[in-house]
Design a protein around this ligand. Sequence first.
Ligand code: DHB
Length: 390
Amino acid sequence: MIARISLIALVVAVVFGACMPATVFAQTPLKVGLILPMTGPMASTGKQVVAAVKLYVAEHGDVVAGRKIEVLLRDDANAAETTKRYAQELVTNDHAEILAGFGLTPLAFAAAPIATAAKVPMIIMSAGTFVIPQKSPYIIRTSFTLPQNTAPIAVWAAKHGIKKVFTLVADYAPGIDSETTFKAVFTANGGQIVGEARVPVQNPDYAPFVQKAKDSKPDALFIFVPSGEGAAVMKQYAERGLAKAGIKLIGPGDVTDDDILDSMGDAAIGTITSMDYSAAHASPENKAYVAAFEKANPGMRPNFMSVGGWDGMALIYEVLKKTNGSAEGDKFLAAAKGLSWMSPRGKITIDPNTRDIIQDEYIREVKRVNGHLWNVEFDHLPAVPPDGKF
Ligand code: DHB
């Protein structure tokens, strides 16, 4: 009798024990710590990414592989110390299993050691400096790299009669990446750099630099400024009469950011850029994305930062389906490597070796269509690698 009872107890214990973790696991919400600049001069990036993250969850539901997704949003106001503190608190106190966002390169750099120590996946939805994924083995990027977005315009310019260029970039890591890539690729294709300037990121005054560029009489002015800064530099380009002097504006597409492009006025018309995303991209996926985004966010047009957020969520959902809901660092990374899916911008792939994004690039020209300014794509380069060497 005693033996029978203990056998039943044992069976119950084994069955219950075996079920317990799965039951508890399925009911535990999965917290995603989303850290972005929501206030201050870089707030447009945070707003775009958050709008896309919310739209993704609204369209795909907030439960994936049995786990309820809870997004915990933190505003770092573009202060790296704040990003770092929030990353630590989210992991330690809130038990976030994934960190995401990272609106600018210094913010991604600041949080990387925390992802490494906690073995937590860290999804770069915005920042673009090439070396970012090397800062932690738990980083995966769904945004873009500056070499990827810059090399195509360097080749295009050299092949389309632009011989002399003045380069003007924001003086921090992605600006240096963009400048270095442009100079190397443009000169390798026969172009000449006639002058260069690096503009401070804090309270930039573009006027003297744009004037210096004009005085060096280039065929084109190459510009990289972070998202949200394009209008200020475009104003100087217009006021100082560079277009009238026959100096074309070129660069990666950050300068003609869809978020603010329509407010830039006719000065922006004719600007030629290379970029991974345009709101005017004519695919069924993008038409549906832009329509849903604008419906959910009246008065806002999605830009290249928004698709980094959208695809960051797509990555999380696709990985969780493969891991049956586990976001455990090493499992998550293994499942993410090599994943490929259709984004509003075209097909994207997570490079299994670098954990960085491989994506199509487009050459675009700013045109007025039906009364509004758009980056109209006219050339297409498939599957450009993160180092921009296509
Ligand atoms: C970065 C920020 C931007 O706003 C941008 O357009 C490109 C790069 C960055 O800090 O990495």
